[in-house]
Structure formats: C-alpha cells, structure tokens
Write a protein that binds this ligand. Structure first.
Ligand SMILES: Cc1ncc(C[n+]2csc(CCOP(=O)(O)OP(=O)(O)O)c2C)c(N)n1
Length: 370
C-alpha cells in the first residue's frame, strides 16, 4: 500500500493552485491526509471504463444520451475517496467516478440514460443522492441537508462516528445560476457543514468560463464570506488532500469551503454535442498530456510497483466492461405510466387524459387527437 507521508499540503490551500502529483508523475508535495494510491488508481481506471463503455452503448442505440467525464477522474476520485460513510454527496449528472467510489452499481447509472428508471438507485444506501440535471439545483438540496445535520446536532461534537458533512458537486456553469448563489448565502450565513466541489472543466457546453466571471471560481467564495481553494483537478492526490481538509473542517463546525478543481472536459458536453463547433482540438490535446491516470501510473511504476498490479486492474476492467454491456441490455423495460404516477400525489383529470393518450401512443405508435 502506498501511503503519503507527513509534510503538510494544507499551508498551500488558500492562495495557490495546490498540486502534489505533477504531470511528470513526480510527487512534488506530500500530504498528511493519506489516501491509498492503489485504490485511487483502480477507481480511476475502472470508472473511466464505465464512461468509455457508456459512450459505445449510446452509439449503438442502447442509451439515449451520455455525459462523458473523460479527464475529470482525478478530481472526482480524490473527492469521492475523501468522504466518510456518514457524509453524503450530491452530484450533478457527470460524477460517474464519485458514484463508483460510493459503491453505486454502474449499470444502475446507465438506467437513467437508457430511460428505464427515473432515478436509478436508493440515495440512502450509499449516501449518494440522485443525479440532478437542473443546473445548480443540487446546491440548495445540499445546503438544506446540511441544515438538517446541524439541527440533528451531528456537527462539531468531536465524535468521528457522529459528525457528518455534505459534499456537493457543481460545474463552473452552475456558478452563474441564482440557486448556487443562494446556496452560498445560506451556507455562509449559517456556517453549514457543506463543501462545494466545483470541477472547473472550463466549459459550460459552449460557454467558456471567461464569459461568466472576471475572477476565479475559488475567489467567488470570499464575497460570500467563506473559504475558497484551488487545486489541480487532474491531480488525484491534491484533490483528495483538499477535500479531506475541507470535509474535516465542515464536520468540526468550521463551516463551508468552495473547492475549485481545475480540470478539462476532454469529450463533448454529451453524446449529443459537437465540440468542434466551439473549441480548438489543440486544447484537448494539451489537456490529454495532463491526464490524471497516466501521471499516477508513472508515479506508481517509478516507485517500483510490480506490473502484476496493472495487469490485475486491466483484467478487472475487461470483466467490468462485459458486465456493463450485458447488464445494460438486460435492464427492465420501464412502465410508461411511471412518470405520470409520480408527478402529483393525486392525478387530476387532465393528467389522466394525457396518461391514456400516452399509453395508447406507446401501444400503437399513433398519436391520438386531443
Ligand atoms: C437550470 C438549467 N439551465 C440550463 C440547463 C441546460 N444545460 C445543461 S448542461 C449546461 C451547462 C452546465 O455547465 P457546467 O455547470 O459547467 O457543468 P458541466 O456540464 O461542464 O459539467 C446547461 C446550461 C439546465 N440543464 N438547467
């Protein structure tokens, strides 16, 4: 097991961009917080394979859509492995590697994008909330949850089996949403145990971060009165160190932190997007050279890790890929009435009519005149 050694990284968290494991695979800065590099390597490789298989399945017509996370595995695994079991994570729709770290079955993730489920998993089982496609909405859900933690008295007790925190993920584009700013206001005003983890992957579909703000993501926290830190999001060690530190503070009653993990979305926004229309392929090449998995592999190899370890992960990857492909095709067909049944507690007459028309359409392929 490779553990990181004492020598603090925390001093660097406030101003500069925290980098521990550089693109050259050299550990330039060590941290006190530990983190098993074997586990995080495996997490990144296997969750990337989930992503690759999902894209292929979408291309084969098995999924309606897929938002790829290629290039963001370092940020996500570093953050995901910083969570303790009692903490809860609120994702967007791109946190496939965090879902992996929380133990969500990847086939369940696919169900949402195959249209066979409205959610996919039980958030209580893994303390991993459902994916949220409404940009920024999950920040308020997270803040509301953090208020509940405070009211339950599960913060600042010093009991590691009791204190909890919330880790909420957001994209750079979400910072322009009113809800996110409201969430920041509440988190600051009530000193809530919440960590906002923003993957600044540079793009909100076709809008670059530069058209949204004149200051960095992390600086925006200061205006609300809480701490903002910047990390190299392609450095799983730095991402992990910053998130462990922020969650520790939150659980101890130290209030919120905004982490800006600087990374890059190397694939189009989703499988429905053509990023060639708005950005230069050279940028993607640049970021490919900063790949989070390659740098950790270089580090492990140069530390003398035997080839057997990489072979084992590769074999596991093959089995996972096969399981994902067969599992996706075996997902149960959804009941077409489900969305109607779960919209309102009591279905009004108009919705009953719409349901009947929808069921007739599904059965016959013919739309009925309204
Ligand atoms: C409230 C809302 N407005 C607009 C959209 C359409 N939309 C989907 S993804 C997206 C961009 C989000 O960018 P960012 O927050 O940076 O996250 P990323 O997709 O890069 O992970 C937008 C505008 C939406 N889903 N919800």
């Amino acid at each position: 097991m490779t553990m990181l050694h004492p020598e603090t990284a925390e001093a660097a968290l406030d101003d500069e961009i925290l980098t521990c494991l550089g693109p050259d695979g050299v550990l330039h800065r060590e941290t006190t917080v530990g983190g098993d590099l074997f586990v995080m390597y495996r997490d990144m490789v296997l969750s990337r394979r989930v992503d690759t298989e999902a894209i292929a399945l979408q291309r084969q017509g098995e999924l309606g859509l897929w938002p790829s996370m290629l290039g963001q595995e370092g940020a996500q695994v570093g953050a995901g492995r910083a969570l303790r079991p009692r903490d809860i994570a609120f994702p967007t729709y791109r946190e496939h590697a965090v879902a992996w770290c929380r133990g969500v079955d990847p086939v369940q993730l696919l169900g949402l994008f195959r249209g066979t489920t409205l959610g996919g998993w039980n958030p209580r089982e893994n303390n991993f909330n459902l994916y949220t496609l409404v940009i920024g909405a999950q920040t308020l859900h997270a803040v509301g949850y953090a208020m509940g933690i405070v009211r339950d008295g599960d913060v600042g007790t010093g009991d590691p089996d009791r204190d909890r925190a919330v880790l909420v993920f957001l994209g750079d584009g979400a910072l322009s949403e009113g809800e996110t700013n409201e969430a920041f206001v509440w988190a600051a005003a009530q000193n809530l145990p919440v960590v906002f983890f923003c993957q600044n992957n540079q793009w909100a579909i076709s809008a670059p971060y530069s058209v949204q703000s004149r200051v960095s993501v992390a600086q925006r926290a200061q205006g609300f009165g809480f701490r903002g830190v910047r990390v190299d999001g392609n450095d799983v060690v730095a991402s992990h160190a910053a998130t462990v530190d922020a969650l520790d503070r939150a659980r101890a009653g130290g209030g919120p932190t905004l982490i800006e993990a600087i990374t890059y979305r190397r694939n189009p926004h989703t499988t429905s997007d053509d990023d060639g229309r708005y950005r230069d392929a050279g940028l993607t090449e640049h970021w490919s050279a900063l790949d989070p998995i390659a740098r950790l592999r270089t580090h492990l190899e140069s530390s003398g890790v035997a080839p057997d370890f990489f072979a084992e992960v590769a074999a596991e990857e093959q089995l996972l890929a096969e399981r994902i492909r067969s599992g996706c095709r075996a997902l149960p067909e959804p009941d077409p009435a489900t969305p109607f049944l779960h919209t309102l507690a009591t279905m009004p007459a108009e919705l009953e009519l719409q349901l009947a028309a929808h069921l007739a359409f599904v059965a016959t392929g013919e739309a009925t005149a309204s």
